[in-house]
Write a protein that binds this ligand. Structure first.
Ligand code: PLP
Length: 365
């Protein structure tokens, strides 16, 4: 049996990237496995990252952390998007460290009556998560009911190495650490860097770096940091799908909904068994597939479960053959960055949007 479409994840590439990033950071590493490990599969990636040297796992949702615990993973986890009304007691019982970005959340966590392990999140200039206007009031809190394990913040522009905002955020972070120390709280773990900062700014490494995208072998920013390959990263994800049909069509055949494009010559078209319901972006006109050493363009609109490509009149393709949607690009295939560019988006969105109908395959497990 083979799948109509599949995501093939090279866990050995992820292990190599973890080792490389950990060495570059000079400190401990938190493997960020939120959003099903950026689409690569939560549990297999988490286990791989830990055996490659990651000490911590980072997730957005508490559900993701519970799924890791249920899989028997005993590493420390941090969950940083656990909104008011969540079951904090269950999280504390499962030894899930919780980010505290507001007084509301701090109060709810304390109200459980359980001793939570928390990481205080400060807004150092991204103006998204973390304490800002409530900070001085928060500093007056009674911290004796919780264990303050960490303090952290997040960079907005770490991929733009010379941006002054990076220095400002670093300075603000150091000030927040000093504010806490002044009230007698000295968290053992200070963490600020994402992938881009880990690779470009060792002065921000502190006690732990939180790496996501680079661990999957992908560049944090094509424009400012270059391609994944030029950064020495090994892209772990290949997305491939079968040709459902291969058919000869005459010139001037209108293709797909709305007949937005027609064949320019007699040619052979392939119907690829993957569509926007599987994460193929409907806007990605400039992308396509790779078959037998050649890139072939999308023709017509992407449908829900399928799209059509122009294989060219000389193709040797047969129905049932696999075509590559994207991978590391080593043989000239499209990459997640190519699909990102073609969709006015980024590689992060390409890997995370591949839907649950597409099985993840681990050839090296
Ligand atoms: C997603 C996320 C990261 C990882 O970012 P990358 O750019 O993928 O390395 C780190 N920290 C926080 C708080 C995040 O939300």
């Amino acid at each position: 049996m083979s799948n109509r479409a599949e995501v093939i994840v090279d866990l050995t590439a992820i292990a190599a990237n973890v080792k490389k990033l950990k060495a570059a950071s000079g400190t401990e590493l938190m493997a960020v496995v939120k959003a099903d490990a950026y689409g690569h599969g939560l549990v297999p990636v988490a286990k791989t990252a830990i055996s490659a040297g990651a000490k911590w796992l980072g997730v957005a949702l508490v559900e993701e952390a519970h799924a890791l615990r249920a899989a028997g993973i005993t590493a420390p986890f941090l969950a940083w998007l656990v909104p008011p009304g969540s079951d904090y007691a269950a999280a504390i019982d499962a030894q899930i460290d919780l980010a505290v970005p507001s007084l509301d959340i701090f109060k709810e966590i304390v109200a459980t009556g359980k001793r939570a392990r928390i990481h205080i999140e400060v807004d150092t200039g991204m103006t998204r998560g973390g304490f800002l206007e409530e900070w001085s009031e928060f500093l007056k809190s009674d911290f004796s009911k919780v264990e303050v394990v960490g303090i952290f913040s997040h960079f907005a522009r770490a991929d733009e190495v010379s941006e002054k905002q990076n220095q400002d955020q670093l300075a603000n972070f150091n000030n927040a650490i000093a504010d806490l120390a002044a009230v007698g709280v000295n968290p053992q773990l200070k963490h600020l860097s994402n992938s881009a900062a880990t690779m470009t700014n060792q002065s921000a490494a502190f006690d732990l770096v939180r790496t996501g995208i680079a661990m999957y072998g992908l560049t944090p920013d094509l424009e400012h940091l270059g391609t994944s390959q030029s950064l020495g990263l090994a892209a772990a994800m290949e997305v491939r799908a079968k040709l459902h049909l291969v058919k000869k069509v005459p010139a001037n055949s209108p293709v797909g909904y709305g007949a937005t494009e027609s064949t320019s010559r007699d040619t052979v078209l392939g119907v690829v068994a993957m569509g926007y319901a599987d994460g193929i972006p409907r806007v990605a006109k400039a992308a396509g597939i790779f078959f037998a050493g050649k890139r072939c363009p999308i023709i017509g609109r992407v449908s829900m479960d399928q799209f059509v490509v122009d294989l060219g009149p000389e193709t040797t393709a047969k129905s049932g053959d696999y075509v590559v949607i994207f991978n590391n690009g080593a043989a000239g295939e499209f990459t997640a960055e190519d699909w990102g560019l073609a969709s006015n988006s980024i590689n992060y969105e390409m890997t995370t949007r591949i839907g649950p109908r597409v099985p993840r395959i681990y050839p090296h497990e």
